[in-house]
Design a protein around this ligand. Sequence first.
Ligand SMILES: Cc1ncc(COP(=O)(O)O)c(C=O)c1O
Length: 384
Amino acid sequence: MNYDFDKLVNRRGTNSLKWNVEENELPMWVADMDFETAPEIIEAMHTRLMHGVFGYSDIPEEWSEAYVKWWKDRHQFQMEKDALIFCTGVVPAISSIVRKLTTPAEKVLIQTPVYNIFFNSIVNNGRQVLQSPLAYDGVNFDVDFERLEKDLSDPQTSLMILCNPHNPVGKIWSRETLARIGELCKKYHVTVISDEIHCDLTAPEKFYIPFAAASDICKEISITCIAPTKAFNIAGLQTSAVYVSDENLRHKVWRGLNTDEVAEPNAFAIDVAIAAFSRGENWLDELREYIQENKKVACTYIQEKLPELYVVPSEATYLLWIDCSRITKDTKALADRIRERTGLYLSEGSQYGSNGNEFLRLNVACPRERLYDGLERLKMGIDV
Ligand SMILES: Cc1ncc(COP(=O)(O)O)c(C=O)c1O
């Protein structure tokens, strides 16, 4: 390995949301990583920093070219350069699109359990959350197409937010699944926001399918949110892109993002995105290997020492979705107990909707030594 993912970085004292915890506590909840970002990104920031003037920024051609090249080379998907719009983040983009494309009290469909902030983007804008639960057979999650069609056919449903790959269940949706979702959405006049922020965090040798690449219909009816922030651990730098192929839809989205004042970059946002997508490949590939090994370590540990828990197989993200249904249907209480007893801070599953109350989410994106500490605390917290 050329990059040192074993390095223990002390994140206390940096106003880290994740690490704003007591001295004895170990946070493995919110989705950011305990690794330093790629040196190639730090170097780009350093150059920008040393310039010393931090006025308003413009968005150069190189920015969209870097996205287009990365998606073409890594994900075999050709985006039109002019179809990309800068946004300060995926959540700001989603909230803005919800406001622009739906009216108050309309329904926005999400496939639960899913990233909890989707609920906020809908509810805080006065729209209704329509939970269309994924099917779970005790082993894997998948789309329940019968239920999805019923929910999409509700005339109040005008927008769907897809999580591709899916947080928290770690699923990479197949081309067939995505194309079928696209057909149903087209049939019922539902626009799709595809949140693809986790797309570069797939297992080694595995790649995701962009929703817009699944079929012509998918491309026509969708808005795709992408960013280097999850994969390169630069969420605090607030940089993302919105890809909309259809011109009319793009114009609306662009107006919405501008009206909401979330379309202008800070002084580092452009340079870090260009550095990530032009020079970050080797770092990312090593990171994916490291995360894969962490997942293996965690799954083996849980299988051997905590057989009453079940880890849902995960092909993407650095998050493990742990089925605790054999010991509780109230993982909020369980997470509180684990934290109180051992200091391990996990995400309780009920905030992700549907059967989330039977699950805990564990973030394994940390040096292995810290992961072992977390697993031992988990065991201590579960064992009475
Ligand atoms: C699915 C998903 N979308 C969006 C975000 C956050 O995006 P941003 O920081 O760009 O607003 C996260 C963060 O965990 C996420 O998991």
